[in-house]
Design a protein around this ligand. Structure first.
Ligand code: ATP
Ligand code: NCN
Length: 216
């Protein structure tokens, strides 16, 4: 059965309520069956210092994803990919019947041209950009000046994304949420210690089983 899957890659250092809210709002706007959170082993553009252990980031993601259509995935860790273009190439090969759309916050758009093989990435799956308060100008600049400009689709057609051929990018205006992991780490630098013991359970079990089947 064809499934419509949104992919939200992130450091999740830690996961927070805006990740959940934006995922569910995007799912409603795009008609998604599931949103997979791809917990990154290490964003190549972010410093390693201050990055909590992978197991704690994964556990915080599972906690936030509970009782929802969000599935938490450690597939990048399993595949050994840190670059999104590599991850997408493998995922689309492994799941030929799924339709994927890449989700990202507005802050990420300004950096997108620094990603490895970003044009190839954009040609692999459509992209949905989710509004983030405080970053509108950066995203707008990237939107009007970048190569992606000519591929912008109207937000009113967002539910039709499976009919688009990539590159295609849609900007979704979602309810604003100012939560950020930076702010949460500043308030609670040792948040990851709460996850040091119990890193099992929660959402993601289905996806893990599915990955196991596909990865052998
Ligand atoms: N409040 C938010 N509104 C919209 N998008 C968000 C929000 N918080 C995070 N995102 C998006 O979620 C994805 C993963 O984000 P990430 O795990 O880096 O969280 P973060 O809060 O941006 O972290 P940090 O403050 O450490 O950079 C990115 O695409 C990011 O743009
Ligand atoms: O592929 C790249 O070159 C690349 C560079 C920077 C970030 N990314 C991805 O962007 C996603 C968001 O990362 P972050 O750390 O801002 O949450 C996450 O999936 C990263 O792997 C990917």
């Amino acid at each position: 059965m064809t499934r419509r899957i949104g992919l939200l890659g992130g450091s999740f250092n830690p996961a927070h309520r805006a990740h959940r809210a934006m995922s569910l709002a995007a799912a409603a706007a795009l008609g998604l069956d599931e949103v997979w959170w791809l917990v990154s082993p290490g964003n190549p553009l972010k410093p390693k210092a201050g990055m909590a252990p992978y197991a704690a980031r994964l556990a915080s993601a599972r906690q936030l994803a509970r009782r929802s259509i969000i599935r938490v995935s450690d597939i990048e860790q399993r595949l050994g990919t840190v670059y999104t273009a590599d991850t997408l190439a493998k995922l689309t090969r492994r799941y030929p019947r799924h339709r994927f759309i890449w989700l990202m916050g507005e802050d990420t758009v300004a950096q997108f041209h620094q990603w490895k093989n970003w044009r190839q990435l954009a040609a692999t799956v459509p992209i949905a950009v989710l509004s983030r308060p405080g970053y509108d100008d950066e995203a707008r600049t990237a939107r009007v000046s970048g190569w992606l400009r000519r591929f912008v689709r109207p937000g009113a057609q967002a539910r039709d994304w499976t009919r688009w051929s990539a590159p295609a990018i849609v900007f979704l205006g979602l309810p604003p949420d100012r939560t950020s992991a930076t702010q949460l780490r500043a308030a609670d630098p040792f948040w990851h210690q709460r996850f040091a013991r119990n890193t099992n359970g929660g959402s993601g079990v289905t996806l893990f089983a599915e990955h196991r089947r596909h990865l052998g």
